[in-house]
Design a binder for this molecule. Sequence first.
Ligand code: FPP
Length: 249
Amino acid sequence: MGILEKIDKENAPKHIAIIMDGNGRWAQRQGQDRLFGHNFGVESVREALKAAQELGTKFLTLYAFSTENWNRPQEEVNGIMNLLVDTISNEVDELHKSNVIIATIGDLAGLPERCQEEMTAACERTKNNTGIQLNLALNYSAKWELVNATKSIARRVMEGKMKIEDIDNKAIEQELSTNSIPDPELLIRTSGEHRISNFLLWQIAYSEFHFTDVLWPDFKKDDLFKAVLDYQSRERRFGLVSAQLENKA
Ligand code: FPP
């Protein structure tokens, strides 16, 4: 029996988020430069997307470039930006054909113009599709997003459009870049690191975490299925005790 058959598809996560890590180490182990690893990482993006489609996942959110990643050597930053542009322009036909909705979260305006144009065109072209939504986190950080949300709410209060008493979870969620997307039930991080690195801090309040030692370029469909099986072995209690969950069932 393959790993996929062991998964209870009815109860598979509807939203999976991934911190794709380990491209640099994977390349360096082979005596190659870091960009070689990022290039191979694109194949793992394909694998993860196909696996998520097979599971019937509705949203797959990938941490492709954080606001902190600008501090990397210029050559690497340029390489990643070119890779993004090339990948999206090469793959958009295929993604569109397989009914994928391409979307972004993050500060797109801070990206090189060509990257903005390519991403905006891909999002526009695929927005009416009905399959899985692939959210690429680009120039994204959760703290940036929360600062923005705070500013926006403060502005509305100052303009008299909102009362302080009306600020609740929902009001904050509406200001996040994930506002129309349910929170991820599962967050995966590859490469043996056990950190969140400023990713979706608000949205992962109740997510299950799956950490794997696999480096991102080695990540295959079965690695995503293993993460989902791990997720399904957990009991999600949302602050309740086990007995309360049994009564609810
Ligand atoms: C983390 O590995 C990886 C990145 C910061 C870049 C990820 C980008 C891609 C895989 C390309 C994405 C393409 C699309 C279309 C989404 P690292 O460099 O931090 O690895 P290290 O921890 O071993 O140094």
